[in-house]
Design a binder for this molecule. Sequence first.
Ligand code: PMP
Length: 351
Amino acid sequence: MKGLRTIQPYVPGEQPKLKDIIKLNTNENAYPPSPRVIEAWQTFDPKQLRCYSALANPDLVNALADKHQVPSQWITTTNGSDDSLALAFQSFFQSDDSIVFPDLTYGFYSVWCELFHIPYQEVPLAADFTFDLSQLPEKIGGIVLANPNAPTGIGKPAAEIEKLLQAYPDCVVIVDEAYQVFGGESVIPLVEKYDNLYVTRTFSKDAALAGLRVGYGIGGERLTGVIQAVKNSYNPYAVDSIAEHLATAAAKDVSYYEEINQKICATREDFIAALSQLGFITLPSQTNFVLTTHPLVSAQLLFETLKAAAIFVRYFPEKERIANYLRITIGTDEEMDQVVTVLKKVIEETT
Ligand code: PMP
């Protein structure tokens, strides 16, 4: 048949429907959403659904403007942050020069480049998986940085990103802050100063609302103007009324989220220490997951043994540099204890 598109899609982690599994494969939050979200769910009037959701989601945008201390005109709400990122790729990368991002980063970036016909170059991370920004080519069409990065978990200080914004004033730098609250440094305060900076955020990870599909982008007036023109050219009502109502409640509950996310960071450090006792080498993480490898036992065996014990983690055999690593989301203390018990047993049996 004529005109059909061929594309290699992004492959997300499994969403098994089995009961009683420990699901540590897609970096969801270990805890439930805020009690205020549950309350908002109970007070939502379904009759409201007769009408379209409010264009540009003013309740949510105002709550986010308050939270981040930025003007509401800088915020664009979307269907998850994947939608913010896809919009940003379509809006800012129209030049013939290649955009750049690390060879190990969020797998969707290269997929969007293929989908939207954007030329791109993957810049290798150093041997320790850090990203040396001084190695970037001079002539580029844009930069995309997940900060902290995924699947490495390693973050960059805002001051380094600021240097990049100064070095490349003629192209857009997108900073994907999906995991920022788990230990990264946000560049949102730099948006006022740099009109080439666009930051994306999500409710999926730190707000424990992955199933709600709400994200947003923050940029100055010029970039936001382009983003909104593109958004309004194909899906103006991306965030539905229920999602807006619940996400607004979440955005207003700063203290609950601080508490659960600090707990996740503490669990992460305990888990890294327990892994180290078992001989694992784990990258320093500023996210709600770790990337870890064992020098004597293959990631494949560890992955399969965990899966047989109903513990789902992520393993990327197709990515050569990390083919012997596991990416493990940080769950509750009890869940991580169970992971350690299974790993300890398999290591004792094989080494
Ligand atoms: N950025 C990164 C680095 C991610 O890992 C993810 C989650 N897969 C996203 C963006 C997108 O998340 P969401 O669409 O759920 O906001």
